[in-house]
Every structure is written in C-alpha cells, then in structure tokens.
Design a protein around this ligand. Structure first.
Ligand SMILES: Cc1cc2nc3c(=O)[nH]c(=O)nc-3n(C[C@H](O)[C@H](O)[C@H](O)COP(=O)(O)OP(=O)(O)OC[C@H]3O[C@@H](n4cnc5c(N)ncnc54)[C@H](O)[C@@H]3O)c2cc1C
Length: 393
C-alpha cells in the first residue's frame, strides 16, 4: 500500500494541524508529552473543545452530525492530535457506543444520546466484563429482569475503565438463560446516577485507580434504554468490539512515544549504542507496518466489510508495540527509571533533561500501566485464537 497522501489529504492534514495547534491547551499537551497524570477536567476539557468544533465524533457520518471523513482523513486527524500531545479521546462514548446506537438504536435513542456524546458533555463507561466473564464474555451473569416498563438489574461489572467519572454505562446483561449463552444477552444503557449503582475503585500496579468494580443492586432501568431487540445484544456487542480493538492499536500514540524514546536515549547517552539503536529501528519498522494495517482496516470499514478479524490482529500488534517502547524507555533511562513514586505523577521530578523536559518522570508507572494492553479489549491469547479461526481458517 502506498502511504503517500494526495495533495487534498495533505491540505486536510495542514488544516487539522493548524487548528489543533491553536486550540489544544499547552498545559494539557505538556502533561501528555511527559506522561504526567491527566485529570478528568483535562480529558473532558479537550473532548469538549473537539465537540464544539464537531470533531469529537470524528468517525461519524454526516447524517449523525459527524464530519463524514474518509478513512484516511480520520487517520490523519488522529495522528495530528497524537503528535501534538492531545489526550487520547476517551473511546467509550464516541468510538464504541455511538456506532452501536447509530446502527441498532431507534430514532428516539439516537436523538437522546448522540448529542451528549458528540459534545463531550456525557461520560460513558463500558460494562462488559464481570468476575469470571472476561475472555468468556458470553457467560455474563448480570441479570436484567423485565418488570412492566422497566428492567431490574442485579449483578456486578468489573475493570470498568474510568468508571469513577461515568455518567452513563452501556451494559451486556442477561435477559434469558435458555439456549446458547450468546442468545440470552441484551444491550442496555444505564444511568450511573440511578439508585443501587455503586462504583468501587481498584488500585492497579502503577498506583493509579484507572479501573473500577461496579455493583448493581435492584437498579431500575427504563425499558426504552434497551438497544435493539431483547436477547440480540451479542450481535451489537461484537459490532462494538471491532471498533474497540482497532482503537486500542493506537498507532499514532506509538509514533509519538517513539520520538520520546529517542529523546530519552539521546539525553542518557544510550543512543550511541548501535545495539540499542537496532532495537529502536526494529520498533520503528513495526510501527510503520502497523500503520499500514490500520489503514487497511479503515478502508475495509469504509466499504462496509466486517473488520473484526483483522481488528484482533491490530490489537495484538499495537499492544505489543506499546509494551516494547515502554521497556526500551526504561532501558534508555537506566538509573532514572525508578519505580513509581506517587508525587512524580504530579511533579515530574525524576529527571530534568536538557531543554527543561521532564521526559522520564513517570517511566516506571507507564511501563507498569502498559502491561494492561495485552489483557484489555480481549486478551492477546484469545485474539490469537480468533485470528487463527477466522483468518487462517
Ligand atoms: C486496565 C484494564 C481495563 C479494562 N477496562 C474494561 C472496561 O472498561 N470495561 C470492560 O467491560 N472490561 C474492561 N477490561 C476487562 C478486559 O476486557 C478483560 O480483563 C479481558 O477480556 C480478560 O478477561 P479476564 O480479566 O476475565 O481474564 P481471563 O478471561 O480470566 O483470562 C486469564 C488468562 O487466561 C487466558 N485465557 C482465557 N481464555 C483463554 C483461551 N480460550 N485460550 C487461551 N488463553 C485463554 C487469558 O489470555 C489470560 O491470560 C479491562 C481490563 C484491564 C486490564
């Protein structure tokens, strides 16, 4: 595939670059470039800026208020945002649930939910995994019982990313125990402020509370919040997963972090070591190869093909690359790559490189944090099984 862009695409890139440069608050990009802790306000603040411009739903078609960009334009937009140091768009609303609402929701639901996602006002969380139901997602047990015009929900979700900020949550719930497990699942939108919802943080290896357990105790959900048909949720869940896995590949962030890795290695002297440079070169080649794969998936989606199979492949390669750059950064920083220190997340005190950069501040915590990438969105082992079955046959 030719990665050269047309003059129109190049002009589009220039337009996005100029806009991002003048609208991305420098204090936020400073944090992103130096892997410092982002607050809810940082993440949502940027989402709202994008929302105002009509770009938060950057993958949306025009009929739903999106910009109607081509696959290449979406890619260029994401790349420009990542390289400029913009926070990653929190995907649960605009990237995950919105396409499901567009494809399977009714007109009323589209009118009700899409504007809040497009503007960045409403924070969504993902309620798929449960204790005992991660890889084996079809075994979800959280029960939704239809009583009149409501569902009564009881059960527990877990690993809910940033659920402490969540306003709404999309959930896979069990509405039937008959037949195959997949046939008894429904897709339900739940207001997290409803009585009976408890969110409890889980502290992770890197010291952060990025994920949560969410408990439902007789939570009443209006039946009008059911997406599509009862017991057909598995189909909608799979539609969403292809978007999640493509998104997790996050190739643009890897490109940005590759440059950071080089800066750290140069500042610490390891850049002189040809063996180290070899490893960086291998990483760079793999990033370019991944970028080409991402473009293939995006163009397949554009022509309406189901890209779930190759999305798994992207997820595997993208997550491995993220772990490799985090490991190489630790190597490059050498003695500066201290284990996580709480205050460093705020202050970035561990290393002032030339130019006043705090380039290696939370390196160890980034390293630990990125161990997650081969687990979430479907573990890499399970992705390999899927790729083996569906792509290799
Ligand atoms: C940081 C983080 C954030 C997350 N955020 C969310 C979120 O917001 N919402 C949400 O719903 N979920 C979220 N998840 C959950 C995530 O999707 C699951 O952790 C993942 O699907 C794995 O499930 P599990 O944890 O139950 O592990 P298990 O399924 O118990 O797997 C344990 C191990 O066994 C292996 N294994 C399991 N089955 C097979 C098999 N058939 N073949 C080979 N190996 C196998 C796995 O690869 C893994 O190594 C998150 C997870 C993490 C770590």
């Amino acid at each position: 595939m030719d990665l050269a862009f047309t003059p129109e695409e190049q002009a589009f890139r220039d337009e996005v670059r100029a806009w991002v440069r003048s609208n991305l608050p420098p204090e936020i990009s400073h944090k992103v470039h130096n892997a410092l802790r982002l607050t809810r306000d940082d993440m949502q603040g940027w989402a709202k800026i994008l929302g105002k411009k009509g770009w938060l739903g950057f993958g949306w078609p025009k009929e739903f208020g999106g910009p109607g960009w081509t696959a290449v334009q979406k890619h260029l937009f994401e790349e420009e945002c990542a390289l400029a140091g913009a926070p990653r768009i929190i995907p649960f609303g605009p990237v995950m649930v919105a396409p499901v609402i567009m494809a399977f929701g009714n007109a009323e639901q589209q009118k009700r939910f899409l504007p809040g996602i497009a503007s960045g006002e409403v924070w969504w969380s993902q309620g798929y995994s449960e204790p005992g139901s991660g890889s084996d997602l079809a075994s979800v047990k959280t029960r939704a019982e239809r009583v009149g015009d409501k569902y009564i929900v009881n059960g527990q979700k877990t690993w809910t990313t940033l659920g402490q900020h969540g306003d709404w949550m999309f959930n896979l719930v069990r509405t039937s125990t008959e037949g195959k497990p997949q046939t008894g699942i429904s897709f339900l939108l739940l207001d997290m402020k409803s009585p009976g919802v408890t969110v409890r943080p889980i502290k992770l290896l890197d010291g952060e509370c990025e994920v949560n357990e969410v408990f439902f105790d007789n939570v009443e959900v209006p039946a009008e919040n059911l997406i599509g048909e009862e017991n057909k949720g598995w189909t909608y869940a799979k539609h969403l997963l292809s978007h999640e896995r493509t998104n997790i590949a996050d190739v643009n962030r890897s490109k940005r972090e590759l440059e950071r890795l080089k800066r750290i290695a140069k500042a610490e002297g390891l850049w002189e070591d040809t063996r180290f440079r070899d490893q960086v070169a291998l990483l760079e080649v793999d990033i370019v190869a991944l970028e080409m794969l991402v473009l293939r998936v995006l163009s397949a989606e554009k022509s309406g093909k189901n890209s779930l199979d190759i999305a798994g492949l992207l997820k595997i390669r993208g997550s491995e690359i993220q772990q490799r750059y985090a490991e190489l950064m630790m190597l490059a920083a050498g003695p500066f790559a201290l284990p996580f220190i709480e205050e460093a997340m705020e202050a970035g005190w561990q290393g002032d490189f030339p130019g006043g950069e705090v380039a290696n501040a939370p390196l160890a915590s980034t390293y630990f944090n990125l161990r997650k990438t081969t687990i979430y969105g479907g573990s890499n082992e399970v992705q390999r099984n899927i790729v083996a079955q569906t792509v290799l046959g």
